[in-house]
Write a protein that binds this ligand. Structure first.
Ligand code: SAM
Ligand code: SF4
Length: 348
C-alpha cells in the first residue's frame, strides 16, 4: 500500500470569522517616496515616520519568519512608500528569500511592487538577492501627463527600469496601471502595445478611494467593462482561468501562449470586489498590522517586539487582527468609511 507523507498543518491558521484563510503578507519597508503621485500623496506636508520608529530588517525578518513557520504564510510582497529607497534593501530580500515553507522546504513566493524609477540601478542586485517577482506601477505613457500625475519628470527612467527588470531575469514583469477618467482613461491600447513590445504583463487596476487628497469619485473610476471595450477595438484576446488571483486574466490570441507579453489583466477592486476570497494582511513600515487596506484599526507588532514579546505573542496578535476582519470594503455604499491613511502609509 502506498504511504503518503502527512502534509504540514500550520500551528495557527490565520482564519477570519468568514472562514477566509490568510497566507499573503504585504510588508511596507518605508512610508517615504521619490514620487508624489496625486492619487496617493499630497505634494507637501506628509508626516514621515522617524527612522527609529521603522521596523528594522531583523524585526521584519522575525515577524515574517514566525508567520511562515507557524501560521501558513506562503507569499510576501515588499511595498511602501517606495521600497527601493530603503537603504540596503537587497539585505532584507536575502533574509526573506532564505525563509522556507515547513513540510515542503520550498522558498516562499517573494515579490515587490515599485514605481520603477530606480530599477536601472537596483534590479540586478535585487534579483541576485533572491527576489523573483516584480510589479512596476506606471499609469501613463505620456510624459506631460506623467509629470502631472507623479509630480516628477521621470517617465524615461521608469521605462528604462522596466527594461532593466526584464534584463535582470524577472519573469513575468507586471506593469500595473491605475486609470482615472479625464486623466489617462484613453491609454488602454497604448499600454497593451507596450506590454506586447516589451514582453511584460499589463494589469489595469480600478482607482480606489485611498488618495491623500480625497479627490476620488465613482465617476472617475474607469471600469473593467470600459477597459475591455478599448482593448477590443484593437486586439483579439480570450479569457484565461483566473485561479485565486484578484486579477482577471486575458491572452492575446495572435501570440504564442505563455510567451512574455502574451497576457494582460484587470483588477476590478471597485466594480467587482474580490473581498470574499481575500487572503491578505498588511504590515506598515512602523509595524502596524492591518487586516485590510480599508480597515480602521490595527495591532502594534513593534510594541510587542520592542517590549520583549515572544513569538507566541506575535502570533496571537496577528491571529486576533485577522479574526476581526470585515466581510468587505463597502466602497460606494452608504456605510463606507474612508481610511484616514493613504496607500503610501498603509503599504499598498
Ligand atoms: N511606490 C510603489 C509603487 O508605486 O508601486 C509601491 C507602493 S504604491 C502605494 C502601491 C500601489 O498602490 C501602486 O501600484 C499604486 O498605483 C497604487 N495606488 C496608490 N494609490 C491608489 C489609489 N488611490 N487607487 C488605486 N491604486 C492606488
Ligand atoms: Fe510613491 Fe507609489 Fe504612492 Fe506613487 S503610488 S506616491 S510611487 S508610494
Amino acid at each position: 500500500m502506498a504511504v503518503t507523507a502527512p502534509s504540514f498543518v500550520p500551528q495557527t491558521e490565520l482564519m477570519d470569522s468568514f472562514g477566509r484563510v490568510h497566507s499573503d503578507l504585504r510588508i511596507s519597508v518605508t512610508d517615504r517616496c521619490n514620487f508624489r503621485c496625486a492619487y496617493c500623496m499630497p505634494e507637501e506636508g506628509m508626516q514621515w515616520v522617524h527612522r527609529s520608529e521603522l521596523l528594522s530588517f531583523e524585526e521584519i525578518e522575525r515577524i515574517a519568519g514566525v508567520l511562515v513557520a507557524r501560521a501558513g504564510v506562503r507569499s510576501v510582497r515588499l511595498t511602501g512608500g517606495e521600497p527601493t529607497i530603503r537603504a540596503r534593501l537587497p539585505l532584507l530580500v536575502e533574509k526573506l528569500a532564505r525563509l522556507r515553507i515547513p513540510g515542503t522546504g520550498e522558498p516562499i513566493d517573494l515579490a515587490m511592487t515599485t514605481n520603477g524609477a530606480t530599477l536601472p540601478l537596483v534590479a540586478d542586485d535585487l534579483f541576485a538577492a533572491g527576489l523573483r517577482r516584480l510589479n512596476v506601477s506606471l499609469d501613463t505613457l505620456d510624459r506631460d501627463c506623467f509629470l502631472e500625475l507623479t509630480r516628477r519628470d521621470e517617465l524615461p527612467q521608469v521605462l528604462s527600469g522596466i527594461d532593466a527588470a526584464v534584463a535582470a531575469g524577472f519573469a513575468p514583469v507586471k506593469v500595473n496601471a491605475v486609470l482615472m477618467r479625464g486623466i489617462n482613461h484613453d491609454e488602454v491600447v497604448d499600454f497593451l502595445r507596450l506590454g506586447r513590445d516589451k514582453g511584460v504583463t499589463i494589469r489595469f487596476i480600478e482607482f480606489m478611494p485611498l488618495d491623500a487628497q480625497g479627490e476620488w469619485t465613482a465617476e472617475r473610476v474607469v471600469s473593467r467593462t470600459e477597459v475591455l471595450e478599448q482593448a477590443m477595438s484593437e486586439f483579439e484576446f480570450e479569457s484565461l482561468e483566473r485561479g485565486s488571483s484578484p486579477a482577471e486574466r486575458f491572452r492575446f490570441t495572435d501570440l504564442e501562449p505563455g510567451a512574455p507579453g502574451s497576457e494582460f489583466g484587470i483588477i476590478a477592486s471597485v466594480t467587482e470586489p474580490f473581498c470574499q476570497s481575500c487572503d491578505r494582511m498588511r504590515l506598515s513600515a512602523e509595524g502596524q498590522m492591518r487586516n485590510c487596506l480599508f480597515g480602521l484599526d490595527h495591532v502594534d507588532l513593534r510594541e510587542i517586539l520592542r517590549g520583549d514579546g515572544s513569538d507566541d505573542d506575535v502570533l496571537a496578535a496577528v491571529a486576533g487582527e485577522v479574526e476581526r476582519k470585515w466581510a468587505g470594503h463597502a466602497i460606494g455604499q452608504v456605510n463606507f468609511i474612508r481610511p484616514s491613511k493613504s496607500m503610501s502609509q498603509l503599504g499598498g
